[in-house]
Write a protein that binds this ligand. Structure first.
Ligand SMILES: Nc1ncnc2c1ncn2[C@@H]1O[C@H](COP(=O)(O)OP(=O)(O)OP(=O)(O)O)[C@@H](O)[C@H]1O
Ligand SMILES: [Mg+2]
Length: 361
């Protein structure tokens, strides 16, 4: 029996019993480009917290972090011009160590309550992160107060969090479509068999929406309005006939500088998403090319899409149209990486080969 959750989202074997006040504890953290999610094992469930991956800094001194998370987001547009809100991660990669440390410290602080000390932290980062990037994340978490830090691939973490049968020899695949990057990960025997990271995600779709609206309607819209339109009426081109929805957005006319209404429909968003989805399909094509028939059969039955952008209508249909792989979109796609990391944090031996082999019996 493994400690991993089954498909009904129940944990087969309870995680470690709830820790007493003041004792050491464990946390799983998904350090995302847009959102940082914290999962804390609590009995056989998780306490979940989410903060925007945003820090407020002084313009002339980017190391002077003034606020983190929600507080930093609230400062946006309401503060003097010398204070700006920035993201410490770009495309899933740590851009500023000082800012990332502030974000991780906040995440650890949020996950710590009642005088507990957090001893074990597992962090999910993109699968193609270099040793330097992994070491940076580890060093930052240690400086932020954790004794034991393990950095694992977001994809492996998502597979564990989604309860995929990772210990089996047949492959399973995770497609994690985030804000800045998309991880394509094939797992068998508890380890990563193949991995590819496409540095494209929901942020790129938002930017393309802004560009297309400007080109077609001569109206500039804000990036947040573009994201909101994508979330409300977004779609990916596929063979299935999905309803074409639309939403009204106010922007600034390029010609008159006056406010101007535009109607954004699902088709426009599908056009904006097309270059990104093409790169993801190409990446999947490369992954499939290298797989053995056994692994192909495994992923045919066990491929899960996670990450916020997996919510786009038509994504699973398009992958099936182009690559003949049925995809299950995980029902809670934005917390699954943190949950998987928390499972590993509670039971670090979950990743050891002998435990994997035992789990297979
Ligand atoms: N309903 C929705 N429809 C389409 N896109 C969505 C929806 N909900 C969230 N998103 C998008 O999901 C992305 C955020 O997802 P997620 O939190 O998984 O990213 P992240 O982990 O911060 O990024 P990364 O993994 O690239 O570092 C954003 O681009 C957001 O616009
Ligand atoms: Mg992510």
């Amino acid at each position: 029996m493994s400690i991993f959750k089954n498909k009904s989202n129940k944990v087969e074997k309870p995680l470690e019993p709830r820790k007493k006040k003041g004792m050491n504890n464990s946390l799983g953290i998904d350090l995302g480009t847009l959102n940082t999610v914290i999962a804390k094992p609590s009995g056989d469930k998780f306490d979940l917290y989410q903060i925007p991956s945003v820090v407020a800094i002084k313009k002339e001194d980017p190391t002077a972090v003034l606020a983190v998370g929600e507080e930093a987001k609230l400062m946006l547009g309401r503060t003097p011009e010398d204070i700006v809100a920035v993201r410490p991660l770009k495309k899933g990669v740590i851009e500023s160590k000082v800012q990332a440390k502030a974000l991780l410290s906040k995440a650890i602080e949020i996950g710590t309550s009642n005088g507990e000390t957090i001893s074990r932290v597992v962090i999910g980062i993109p699968g193609d992160a270099s040793e330097v990037e992994k070491n940076a994340a580890e060093e930052i978490a240690k400086k932020a107060g954790a004794d034991f830090v393990l950095v694992i691939s977001e994809g492996l973490s998502a597979a564990i969090g989604a309860g995929l049968p990772i210990a089996e020899p047949n492959g399973t695949m995770v497609i994690d479509v985030g804000a800045g990057s998309t991880d394509l990960v094939v797992i068998s025997l508890g380890g990563i068999t193949d991995i590819k990271t496409v540095r494209r995600g929901g942020d790129d779709i938002d930017n393309n929406i802004v560009d297309i609206v400007k080109e077609r309607f001569h109206v500039k819209i804000g990036i947040h309005a573009a994201e909101a339109a994508k979330m409300n009426v977004g779609m990916i081109h596929c063979n299935e006939s999905l309803e074409n929805l639309s939403i009204e957005v106010i922007g600034k006319s390029v010609e008159t500088n006056r406010p101007k209404k535009v109607i954004i429909d699902s088709m426009l968003i599908a056009d904006a998403a097309e270059p990104i989805i093409k790169e993801i399909i190409d990446g999947l094509d490369e992954v499939l090319e290298k797989l053995t028939p056994e692994l192909i059969a495994g992923i045919y039955s066990n491929t899960v899409a996670v990450g916020g952008s997996s919510r786009l209508r038509g994504l699973k249909e398009r992958i099936c149209d182009d690559l003949s792989i049925p995809v299950i979109v995980y029902d809670d796609p934005m917390t699954v990486v943190a949950k998987g990391a928390a499972i590993v944090a509670a039971e670090p031996r979950a990743l050891e080969p002998e435990v994997r082999l035992k789990a297979m019996k």
